[in-house]
Design a protein around this ligand. Sequence first.
Ligand SMILES: Cc1cc2nc3c(=O)[nH]c(=O)nc-3n(C[C@H](O)[C@H](O)[C@H](O)COP(=O)(O)OP(=O)(O)OC[C@H]3O[C@@H](n4cnc5c(N)ncnc54)[C@H](O)[C@@H]3O)c2cc1C
Length: 450
Amino acid sequence: MDKVIIVGAGLCGTLLAIRLAQHGYEVALHEKRVDLRTETLDAGRSINLALSHRGLKALALAGLEEAVRKDCIPMHGRMLHLANGETRLSPYSGRDDEYINSISRPGLNALLLNEAEKYPNVSLQFQSQCLEVDLANAAGKFKQADGSIKDVSGDLLIGTDGAGSVVRRSMMSKTTALLFNYSQDFLRHGYKELSIKVGASGGYSIEKNALHIWPRGKFMVIALPNLDGSFTVTMFHPYEGEAGFNELNTPEKVTSFFTKYYPDLLAEMPNLEVEYFENPVGTLGTIKCYPWQAFGKSLIMGDASHAIVPFYGQGMNASFEDVLVFDKYLDMYSGNWEKVLYHFQEERVKDANAIADLAIDNFHEMQNHVADPFFARKRALEMKLEQGYENYRSKYSLVTFLPDLSYSKAKAIGRAQDEWLLEAVKQDRDKTDSLDDIYQALEKLKATFI
Ligand SMILES: Cc1cc2nc3c(=O)[nH]c(=O)nc-3n(C[C@H](O)[C@H](O)[C@H](O)COP(=O)(O)OP(=O)(O)OC[C@H]3O[C@@H](n4cnc5c(N)ncnc54)[C@H](O)[C@@H]3O)c2cc1C
């Protein structure tokens, strides 16, 4: 059986290794860092994640959904903590099985590594850092823990080495041979991780089964529950201005800012000042590129080919879905890598671009929701539609809970619905038209995309 080299044993690379091993391929998985099961890595960087239907579907393909669900905390809705101190729970769906899940990133990665290790045809190599890749020959140079350089080669090389991908950089260096297109867009916002302590009696100090949001217009904080009763809190703030990370540069300024904007949160964060200054500010950016494959011998997947901003909670889900789509073409064109890679790329690039755009949409929508009364009315109308009509799905629901609908279709339908609804409230049709008329009009609109 062919040998596949995978660069990067993060979430995507490890699931891919498992799936290839299940098909009988020989897999060599190289990870630049130490084994995260033996050492804690990356304190302060995206500790927990929202896992939803697309990611779960890919995990199910590898027989892992049930095992992963044991480590999940269901989040049935968004709990909004408004500036006036009120809280409001907004359910994700009226359907029982439609919720998202909070899961520990290192926990999930460890579960996947444990699983990968069970296959005799997978070799796991930590502290093996890819330095450069020979794309046409599925080969690369890997720096080992002792500083030596190891030459590695196979029949196929796949880079799942994240947003800073070395494999993608090799593709960029072949710009003319591959006609390689690349774009990178940073937001003027960054993120910082903090935590809410375990509650007084060892439980949760705020609602366990929700994704908490403190929306404050141009900046916000979110919190996702952890299994031990704590919450991981993420600040999404600009770099500049009163709320900017550059401005919040002394313990006094941080505490007084939280007292003013997040007083209820402050009470639950005794370690705020320590964590704030210990944890880094992460950047938020979108990377798009094309092609993803080179010479029928090398491929990039996951964040390496499509890093997106986290405002839809879909980066990992999309990376897992990559594995699912790859698997489909593996079945279809087994033995012909050129075809597998080409068809995977052609189907997947447009969907990855779509979720990247949707995530940016959401970043802007989250900022505008608070200030714009039309958005509030549009959301109220949409909630009525969701409650009254089994078939009506918001853009969020199309993206999150319908894994059989591609991201690009979800984007097209979701954006058209949003535009229609916003225009309707601007014309006061939410006050004059019956809900049924509005629903029928939206059904007609949807039919034009399917
Ligand atoms: C703040 C934040 C919140 C997020 N929240 C969510 C969420 O709620 N839901 C969601 O679905 N997604 C979320 N994401 C996105 C998610 O984290 C990524 O999409 C996901 O981690 C991508 O997985 P990956 O395996 O492609 O890349 P990574 O997880 O980045 O893994 C890449 C791996 O490759 C290794 N590597 C890198 N370079 C080399 C090299 N040269 N040689 C060998 N190994 C190498 C790295 O050490 C790493 O282990 C969030 C992201 C951020 C920043």
